[in-house]
Design a protein around this ligand. Sequence first.
Ligand code: PMP
Length: 301
Amino acid sequence: MPDQWIYLNGEFVTKENAKISVYDHGFLYGDGVFEGIRVYGGNIFRMEEHMDRLYRSAKSIMLEIPHSQEELTNLIAETVEKNQLENAYIRAVVSRGPGDLGLDPRNCHGANVVIIVEPLSIFPKELYETGLEIVTVATRRNRPDVLSPKVKSLNYLNNILVRMEAQLANVNEALMLNDQGYVAEGSADNVFIVKGSTFYTPPGYVGALEGITRNAVMDIANDLGYVMKEEPFTRHDVYTADEVFLTGTAAEVIAVVKVDGRVIGDGKPGIHTNKILEEFRKRVISEGVKVYSLKNESNVS
Ligand code: PMP
């Protein structure tokens, strides 16, 4: 029996059989949308928010998802259950589907819908104890008025170029600035800085994806009595912050202890970051929705 089942257009298939056309415009042009979602102890975290973002992204690029939001929610829950994973990362992808070699999406007949569920660890475990060293890179964030980061599209070249620069600098992650030099975000995560008891994170218009972990952390910061500000900031503000951390579905909450060679605080994960992380770990369980209660009936063969 295979240990991994992938949902592909109405059926569950093995990894070897999970194949789509080379004419898919997701493959040819990055034309499509996706979500990364997390399951913790059998609870899917902020599922509705992820699904809302997926459907907003699709609407923005005029991509019709061939399922209602409720149906797709059920299919995702069913795929998690089928894979029998209590703790996992879910990747839901909807691409424009196969067309011809031209750009015109009207020649694509039917989106491809793929759901992959896998165990995941993006950064080595010990880095959650020690904190990350990161750099800022030359690659700038796509301007939001050119390609909105609110659309979580399959076009991730901007982010990949950032990750390549991080690798060249021998670090695990990097921050990109926007075209005006304000800090935007990491290659696949949002950034927060802490000064005193105030938390800052770049607003969406600077070029940050409005991350769902970011939302959760802003809620936690408010609930714990911190001042939470969405404000643009520069590299100088990062270098001189008391604490810096990154957030993301894959990255969760991870401290940053060095940026461009500048030691942040005392070079260890800060007390406020640790408080946020501790509360985050509680909430991913308490705020999550049980997979079985999401799963009603769906039509997978
Ligand atoms: N920014 C980018 C560019 C990302 O790809 C991600 C990961 N989805 C994030 C931020 C974090 O968003 P979330 O917390 O919703 O995963």
